[in-house]
Write a protein that binds this ligand. Structure first.
Ligand SMILES: Cc1ncc(COP(=O)(O)O)c(C=O)c1O
Length: 269
């Protein structure tokens, strides 16, 4: 479609001004960043964008509308994979887009022309999910924090990447701008080859392998060579990264599941 893209360091903040070019129309932000979990300084990016008449679109799926108020922080267009926490039960695919009044007509025209629509059954499932979103998020957050803290004490773990932890890049922006976390975070292992992480993943009792987080169930994925996906910044950690989505199961059962996983991992190392 003739669109050019420039990727940026998630910690760039106001420095994004230096990347804005004559043809820049939109800055697309996501906080925390996919998989590596850095929290961006969204108000600073929005201020720089607006100075140059550029719009800010944000994927706010992680925070949900409850934990980050996009329009109060300078964002112009808010996008959610409602598939995740809003639906909450991994049984429907839903997307939402909301805009400031100035852009709403353009959004309506575009979605009409592209034929975007949601089936009545999927809308029903999303509305049903919304009713319990707040309490589900609280439970995901509590379970996630318990497991993240436990992981910090494991000898195999180099560091945990959880926005509520001081060690997470951009933690200060999470504290300033967000009102909560949830069950999605990552941790980096000190070492590990694919055979070891495969042994870890296979045989999990509660954690399933899957990308689409935000449902009631726990998920696990491993990533090797994160640096390969990065162009704007480097990645210094050498061990693999594990992303968890901590679900609504009993966290002690999940810890026992991970304990067994580490045992399988250590046998292959
Ligand atoms: C932050 C984020 N946004 C959007 C998506 C896309 O979700 P969907 O495939 O339900 O549209 C995903 C994941 O799959 C995601 O992690």
């Amino acid at each position: 479609m003739g669109i050019e893209t420039t990727f940026y360091d998630p910690m760039i903040g106001a420095g994004i001004s230096n990347l804005i070019q004559d043809n820049t129309k939109i800055i697309f932000v996501e906080a925390p960043c996919s998989v590596t979990m850095e929290i961006q300084d969204i108000p600073a990016i929005a201020k720089a964008a607006h100075k140059h008449d550029v719009l800010v679109m944000m994927d706010n799926t992680w925070a949900t509308p409850l934990h980050f108020k996009v329009f109060d922080h300078g964002v112009d267009v808010s996008i959610h994979a409602g598939t995740k926490y809003i639906v909450g039960h991994s049984d429907a695919m839903v997307g939402t887009v909301s805009t400031r009044a100035a852009h709403f007509e353009q959004l309506c025209n575009m979605s009409y022309q592209m034929g975007y629509c949601l089936s009545p059954d999927d809308a029903y499932l999303a509305l049903r999910g919304l009713r319990t979103l707040k309490i589900r998020l609280k439970q995901h957050e509590a379970n996630g924090l318990k497991i993240a803290k436990w992981l910090e004490g494991r000898p195999e773990v180099d560091h945990v990447r959880h926005p509520a932890f001081e060690s997470c890049p951009g933690h200060e922006y999470w504290q300033r701008d967000f009102t909560g976390a949830n069950g999605l975070f990552s941790f980096v292992l000190k070492q590990g080859h694919e055979a070891a992480t495969t042994a870890m993943m296979e045989g999990m009792k509660y954690f399933k392998m899957g990308f689409s987080w935000g449902g009631y169930e726990s998920l696990i994925l491993t990533y090797h060579g994160i640096g390969r996906y990065r162009t704007a910044t480097g990645w210094t950690a050498t061990g693999p990264l594990v992303r968890l989505h901590v679900g609504l199961e009993d966290p002690d059962d999940l810890i026992a599941d991970l304990e067994n996983a580490f045992e399988r991992f250590n046998q292959k190392i």
